[in-house]
Design a protein around this ligand. Structure first.
Ligand code: PLP
Length: 416
């Protein structure tokens, strides 16, 4: 079993260790929540100042052209594309994940409805355990469409394949589950969906920047995801949407705002969708927030998703081993798969007082988070998490549990 010194030695020979210097992390904190809000790239501060003082203050309205504001959703999309196996001109960074889910799902439904051999399909399939906003957006769309459109919520991964059938119009899955860290087999499920005549959309919220993703090779039809989690774009940073070239001409989404128009400044009274990925845009974007997404993406240019994956798995293996060795007598239950191929980049344990324990850990400087029911999540982000951080975090977890140093009746904060 690893000692603390072993972990120090692992850090000393870790080729990715220098990447931590790109981030500003507070002293005395072990940050294991990059799966929910990525840490701040140091460069974000100077970039924000530049956007505020020079681009906005001095450039004023001219900056839409001179500072490249108008093109920024596409330019950042091209920079993000290699991390998810997408090509240039297929990704835009824009809006929120929830809104992009709506756009992609609505466009996919429309493509199916216009195909004579598939137009009778009315079922959208997802998992009941999917992130709530994904389920809610699909419910909202199905209800709004009416005409028999319905959402089929599948209760277990084992039942998923059978639930994708000849009635299925669109399958919408989250690649890495936000609670359990379970990673779907994207290639197999995409192939199955296609064999059944369905289209498949993948939510990469917990995948982009966390695990290698190859959307083209794995046969995805559409994808969306966050930039404020593993991509370190900043709180509330705009999300992304991927529409591969093969679907772009038929991709028509209902949020047909002027940024998605083929000639936005022709100010025409009729909507004509832009050629290409531009049609996935809607309206004016928050430039300050959008600009900072690039600071997060810049860090990824120093490494590869393959190298990050190797370290991520080493961190999560170490975390699981240490928790089981040091806290094995506690009421912890591992919910994250042990199989590497099925694991994302966070590890979750249940505990009957999970919320209280997590609150106590945060008070002691170990920041993870809590998700109902009874799940403590620990994000292992290889860009800035050290092996020794994992050791220290488990040590503090052990002390907290052994001393029962948590307030069982802890009052819930608005954000857990
Ligand atoms: C984090 C997350 C979201 C967040 O959606 P927002 O619109 O940014 O609030 C959506 N889906 C999944 C799967 C997530 O993990």
């Amino acid at each position: 079993m690893h000692t603390r010194n072993d972990c120090v030695a692992l850090d000393a020979r870790d080729a990715l260790a220098p990447l931590r210097a790109h981030f500003d992390l507070p002293e005395g904190v072990i940050y294991l929540d990059g799966n929910s809000l990525g840490a701040r790239p140091k460069s974000a501060l100077t970039r924000a100042e530049d956007v505020i003082v020079r681009e906005w203050g001095t450039g004023l309205i001219r900056s839409w052209n001179s500072a490249g504001w108008f093109e920024l959703p596409k330019r950042l999309g091209d920079r993000l594309a290699p991390l998810i196996g997408a090509h240039d001109g297929e990704v835009v960074v824009t809006d929120t994940t929830s809104i992009n889910i709506f756009k992609a799902l609505a466009a996919a439904v429309r493509i199916q409805a216009q195909n004579p051999s598939r137009s009778e399909r009315r079922v959208l399939v997802t998992e009941r355990s999917n992130f709530p906003t994904d389920v809610y957006m699909a419910q909202g769309l199905a209800g709004w469409l009416g005409r028999g459109y319905a959402l089929r919520l599948v209760d277990s991964t084992a039942d998923l394949r059978a639930a994708i059938d000849a009635d299925t119009a669109v399958v919408m899955l989250t690649h890495v589950n936000y609670r359990t860290g379970y990673q779907h087999d994207m290639a197999a499920l995409s192939a199955h969906a296609h064999a059944q005549g369905a289209l498949i959309m993948w939510d990469l919220a917990h995948s982009a920047g966390a695990v290698p993703v190859d959307l083209h090779a794995h046969g995805a039809d559409f994808a969306v995801g966050c930039t404020y989690k593993y991509l370190n774009g900043g709180p509330g940073a705009p999300a992304f949407i991927w529409v591969p070239k093969r679907h772009q001409a038929e991709f028509e989404q209902p949020l047909s705002g002027w940024w998605g128009h083929s000639e936005p400044f022709a100010m025409l009274p009729t909507f004509v969708p832009a050629q290409g990925i531009g049609r996935a845009l809607c309206g004016t974007q928050p430039m300050l927030s959008l600009a900072l997404v690039e600071c997060g993406l810049d860090v990824f240019a120093h490494t590869s998703m393959e190298a990050l994956r190797i370290k991520s798995l080493a961190l999560s293996d170490l975390f699981i081993d240490l928790v089981e060795a040091h806290c094995g007598d506690q009421q912890l239950g591992l919910v994250t798969p042990r199989a590497h191929a099925r694991r994302g980049s966070h590890v979750s344990f249940t505990h009957p007082h999970g919320y209280a324990v997590m609150k106590a850990l945060i008070d002691r400087g170990v920041i993870g988070d809590y998700r109902e029911p009874a799940i403590m999540r620990f994000g292992l982000t290889p860009l800035y998490t050290r092996f020794v951080d994992v050791w220290d975090a488990v040590d503090i977890l052990k002390q907290t549990l052994c001393e029962q140093a948590y307030e069982i009746a802890a009052v819930r904060d608005a954000v857990t």
